[in-house]
Design a protein around this ligand. Structure first.
Ligand code: WT7
Length: 666
C-alpha cells in the first residue's frame, strides 16, 4: 500500500477513486494476503443496501495483521499495555508474542465449541486479554460483539439476545481510576434473563470473589491446558470477503440500539488504508488511541488499523484523570508516543484541569494529533494544537461513525490542508453530498445541509443484525440512493466540511452516542413516571448534556389544583399565582427529589451510567401538538435557556405548559 504524501497525490488518488473505484481499490487490496483472490471489487447498490466488496475473495484478517508481519517485524512491538496504576509494570507484546497469544486464545475458543459464524459477546475492561479475545474470534471466524464495560446488565442482556450469542467472554472485574468494576457479576445478572448461553469464559484478573455458574469456564485454567498440549499455532479459518467480522451495537433515533454488522475484507482494507494515510504512519511510530475497545474507534484504530500496518499500538487501562489530569502526558513521555488520538471531551476536560498538569512533561515525541467522535470547538482545538502539539503537530479532525467502519472525512496529517474545527476533505473513495430538506443536492459552497454519501466505500455497514429492513430504513430511505449520516454539515468555499451535529434524535454525550428515545424508554421504566421527553443541551465538557422533562403520576395528582389555575399561560405573570405555585413547589420538592433519584438509578440500570440525565425536571405537561407529537424544538430551546427564542406555540394542544416548564427550569 502506497502512502499519499502530497496534496497533489491526494487529488489524483481522489479523482481516480471516484472515477474508477474498482481499479483503485483492487490495487490497494493487492497488498494484503489472500487465500483466494476476489472476482469483483464492488458490486450491488444502495437501493437494497446490499453492496459487496471483493466478492469471491477468501482471507483471514488476523493473518493479515499478525502472520503477514512475522518474517520482517516479528520482534517489533505490536501492543503496549499501560495499566491503570502507575506502580504496576506495563506489558508489551511483539508481533511474534501477540500472534502466539491470539493462537492460544483461538484454540481455547475452538476447544469450547465456538465455530465460524457463531456470535461471541465480550464484556471486559481494557486489558490485553480483551485484544486476544477479539482477535481469537476473528482467527476462527466467529463474530465478535464487544459490549462496552460501562453498560448495564439489561443492556448486555438485550445485546446477547439480539445477537443470538451462545458464548460470552468476561472477567471478574476491571479497574478504572480508583474504581473496581464488577464485570462478572453484571454478566451473571444479565444472563438470568437471556437466551440460554452455552459458555461463559471468565478471565480471573483481580481475584475478586465471584459466583461460579455451571456455564463458567476459567480462562487461566483453560489457557494452561492449551499451552501444555502445545498444539495451538494454526492457520486462521478461511473466510469469504463478505463474511461478517463483527457486530457493534450503537444508538439510533429509535429506542433499541442496532447491531451494526461489518464484513471482513472491506473493513480490513478501509481501516488499514485510512490509518496509513490519515495518521501518515511511519515505521517506529507509537500510536496511542485513547478510546475504549467497546466503541468503534477502539476496534478500528486501536486494534485493526494499526496492527494491519505493523504499527505499535498502545492501550491504556485507566482514565485520563487518574491519578491526576497529567496521566495521558505521562504515558506519552514514558512510551514516546508519536501519534495521539483522542476525543474532544477528553481534551476539554484536561484543558479545564489547568496547564500545570502539562508542566515538565516531555511531549517531544508527539508527531501527529487526532480528534474523533464529536465536533471539536475552537478553544479546545487551539489548546490541543498549541499546548499539546506545541504548534508543531498537525491535528486531524476525523469524522466517521460506527456504521462507516473508519474515517470518512479528515485531513491527512501534514499532507492535505487543515483548518481548525473543520474535518476538511473526504478520504479517497468517499463522495459526500449535502442535501436540502427536500432531498435535492446542494451544489454551491458556503452552505449547510444534510450530510450523505453517494458512493459505496469498502467498510460501509452491511446490515443491522437480524433485521436488514431496518438497515435500509435507517440509512438508505431518508434520501433514495444515498447513505444518510444523520449529521448536518457546512461546506466552505474550498469544499471543506465542518460537521454541525446530528439532525436526528441522537445525542453525543462525551463522544458517546445515545438516542433520546432510548433514554426516554429507560426513564419510563421508573415507578411513578407517566411520560418523558429528552433533549440535548450544550455542555462545556461533555459537548452535549442530557436534559429530561418528566411527568410523574403522584405529582400530577398533588398539583391538580394549581394545574387548573395555571391553565392560562398568562396566569403565571400574576404574583398571587406565583405564591400559590411556590407553596405547592415546596410541598412537592421532597417527592421530586425522590423521583429524580429513582429516575437516575433506573437509567443506570437500564442503560448504564453514561446515559444518566444531567438535568431532570418534573413537569405537569409536555408541549404537544394536537396530534400528540412532542415538540422537541421547544424543549431544546428551554434546555438551552433560550426562553425568548421559543417561537410559535399556537399549534400546541395546551400552550400554557410551556410557561410552566420554563418556570420549573429556572
Ligand atoms: C457520530 C458517530 C467516529 C467514531 C466514534 C463515534 C459524531 C464523529 C466527529 C467529528 C463532528 C463527529 C457524528 C457522528 N462525530 N466524529 N470529527 N466531528 N462530529 O462513532 O458513536 O458511531 O458516533 O459522532 O455526529 O454521526 P459513533
Amino acid at each position: 500500500m502506497k502512502r499519499i504524501e502530497s496534496f497533489e497525490e491526494y487529488k489524483s488518488a481522489y479523482a481516480e477513486s471516484i472515477a474508477n473505484p474498482d481499479k483503485f481499490w483492487g490495487e490497494i487490496a493487492e497488498s494484503f494476503s489472500w487465500k483466494k483472490k476476489w472476482d469483483t471489487v464492488l458490486s450491488g447498490t444502495f437501493a437494497d443496501a446490499k453492496n459487496r466488496w471483493f466478492d469471491g475473495g477468501e482471507l483471514n484478517i488476523t493473518e493479515n495483521l499478525l502472520d503477514r508481519h512475522l518474517a520482517e517485524k516479528g520482534n517489533d512491538v505490536a501492543l503496549i499495555w499501560e495499566p491503570n496504576d502507575h506502580s504496576v509494570e506495563y506489558r508489551k507484546f511483539t508481533y511474534t508474542e501477540l500472534h502466539k497469544e491470539v493462537c492460544i486464545a483461538a484454540e481455547m475458543l475452538r476447544s469450547l465449541g465456538v465455530k465460524k459464524g457463531d456470535r461471541v459477546c465480550i464484556y471486559m475492561s481494557m486489558v490485553p486479554e480483551l485484544v486476544f479475545s477479539v482477535l481469537a474470534c476473528a482467527r476462527i471466524g466467529a463474530v465478535h460483539s464487544v459490549i462496552f464495560g460501562g453498560f448495564s446488565a439489561k443492556s448486555i442482556a438485550d445485546r446477547v439476545d439480539d445477537a443470538e450469542a451462545d458464548f460470552v467472554i468476561t472477567m471478574d472485574g476491571g479497574l478504572r481510576g480508583n474504581k473496581t468494576i464488577p464485570l462478572k457479576s453484571v454478566v451473571d445478572d444479565a444472563l438470568t434473563s437471556t437466551r440460554k448461553i452455552k459458555i461463559v469464559l471468565v478471565f480471573n484478573y483481580l481475584n475478586l470473589p465471584t459466583e461460579k455458574k455451571e456455564v463458567d469456564i476459567d480462562w487461566n485454567e483453560l489457557k494452561a491446558e492449551v499451552v501444555s498440549a502445545n498444539n495451538y499455532i494454526k492457520a486462521g479459518e478461511t473466510l469469504q470477503s463478505e463474511d461478517p467480522l463483527f457486530i457493534l451495537y450503537t444508538s439510533g433515533s429509535t429506542g433499541k440500539p442496532k447491531g451494526v454488522v461489518h464484513s471482513t475484507a472491506g473493513y480490513m482494507v478501509w481501516t488499514a488504508y485510512t490509518f496509513l494515510n490519515v495518521f501518515q504512519y511511519e515505521k517506529g511510530d507509537i500510536h496511542f488511541c485513547t478510546a475504549d475497545i467497546g466503541w468503534v474507534t477502539g476496534h478500528s484504530y486501536l486494534i485493526y488499523g494499526p496492527l494491519l500496518n505493523g504499527s505499535t499500538s498502545l492501550m491504556f487501562e485507566g482514565i485520563p484523570t487518574y491519578p491526576d489530569a497529567g496521566r495521558f502526558w505521562d504515558i506519552v513521555a514514558k512510551h514516546k508516543v508519536s501519534i495521539f488520538y483522542t476525543a474532544p471531551t477528553a481534551i476539554r476536560s484536561l484543558m479545564s484541569a489547568g496547564d500545570e498538569f502539562l508542566e515538565r512533561k516531555d511531549l517531544s515525541s508527539l508527531r501527529i494529533l487526532g480528534s474523533v467522535g464529536e465536533p471539536i470547538n475552537e478553544e479546545a482545538w487551539n489548546w490541543y494544537h498549541d499546548k499539546i502539539g506545541k504548534g508543531n503537530c498537525p491535528v486531524v479532525d476525523t469524522f466517521w461513525q460506527t456504521e462507516t467502519g473508519g474515517v470518512m472525512i479528515s485531513s491527512l496529517a501534514g499532507v492535505t490542508p487543515s483548518k481548525p474545527v473543520f474535518a476538511t476533505l473526504p478520504m479517497p473513495g468517499v463522495l459526500p453530498v449535502l442535501l436540502d430538506d427536500k432531498g435535492k443536492e446542494i451544489l454551491e459552497n458556503d452552505l449547510t445541509g444534510n450530510l450523505c454519501f453517494k458512493q459505496s466505500w469498502p467498510s460501509m455497514i452491511r446490515t443491522t443484525y437480524g433485521d436488514h429492513e431496518r438497515c435500509i430504513l435507517n440509512y438508505f430511505s431518508t434520501y433514495k440512493n444515498y447513505y444518510f449520516t444523520g449529521d448536518g454539515a457546512y461546506r466552505d468555499e474550498n469544499g471543506m466540511y465542518r460537521l454541525a451535529g446530528r439532525v436526528d434524535d441522537v445525542l453525543n454525550v462525551s463522544g458517546h452516542r445515545i438516542g433520546t428515545a432510548e433514554v426516554e424508554n429507560a426513564i419510563n421504566h421508573t415507578h411513578g413516571v407517566i411520560e418523558s421527553a429528552v433533549v440535548g443541551y450544550p455542555h462545556d465538557i461533555k459537548g452535549q448534556g442530557i436534559y429530561a422533562f418528566v411527568i410523574c403520576d403522584a405529582h400530577a395528582k398533588s398539583l391538580n389544583a394549581t394545574q387548573d389555575s395555571s391553565k392560562d399561560a398568562n396566569a403565571l405573570q400574576d404574583s398571587s399565582k406565583d405564591v400559590a405555585q411556590d407553596a405547592s413547589r415546596d410541598a412537592s420538592q421532597g417527592f421530586e427529589q425522590e423521583m429524580v433519584y429513582s429516575i437516575t438509578k433506573t437509567v443506570s440500570e437500564q442503560i448504564g451510567a453514561i446515559a444518566k440525565p444531567d438535568k431532570i425536571v418534573i413537569v405537569n405537561g409536555l408541549p404537544k401538538t394536537r396530534s400528540g407529537k412532542i415538540m422537541r424544538r421547544i424543549l431544546r430551546k428551554i434546555a438551552e435557556g433560550e426562553f425568548d427564542a421559543i417561537g410559535d406555540t399556537t399549534t400546541l394542544l395546551d400552550p400554557s405548559v410551556v410557561q410552566e416548564i420554563i418556570y420549573k427550569t429556572k
